[in-house]
Design a protein around this ligand. Sequence first.
Ligand code: GTP
Ligand code: MG
Length: 195
Amino acid sequence: MKVNTADIVISAVSKKQYPKAPIPEIALAGRSNVGKSSFINKMIQRKNLARTSSKPGKTQTLNFYIINDQFHFVDVPGYGYAKVSKKEREKWGQMMEEYFSEREQLRATALIIDVRHKPTEDDQLMYDFLKHFGLPVMVIATKLDKIKKGQRQKQLKLIQEVLEMEDEDTLIPFSSETGEGKDVAWRTMLSHLNL
Ligand code: GTP
Ligand code: MG
């Protein structure tokens, strides 16, 4: 996929701010600081369109990006960051529920998981939450550059088993550092987007 244009449309906190263009959409979910924004940047070959940070909790809104005027990427705020108040957590929950239950254009979600670790309880809850809306989930096992080649199969198997991934869902080993997995990720996304 050749990306010619990529722009931020809006940072939304509620439904009425979502873009109205009737184009298909892919959302990115995952633990705080796991590499959601880096995934978007790598896929579209922009250094810093989606803001990344070594500090967790950078993305606090639903950030809609438009790619080639053809589809949206939606960068969703991460979960599992200890230093958030109960109030913030509730706000996050409402925002997620509103988006995932009502967004008609949504075609699939890329759930970003750190390939180095066993998926957390929050990761498992998120996978189940997403499946409950009946859409495909692409599980992106990122930071592949951080483990030895010999560890890969074991870690990938662990992720698949802990999440109890359904057959229709694809597990894609990926690295935002090296770009490994990018072609498979694009192919899978484009098929979900019907492009
Ligand atoms: P929040 O928006 O805070 O939830 O974080 P995020 O999930 O968007 O993570 P972000 O993309 O900001 O990345 C967090 C940190 O991980 C940054 O320091 C990135 O450079 C680093 N990182 C992300 N992906 C990779 C990867 O594939 N390999 C390596 N080595 N580092 C990565
Ligand atoms: Mg982010």
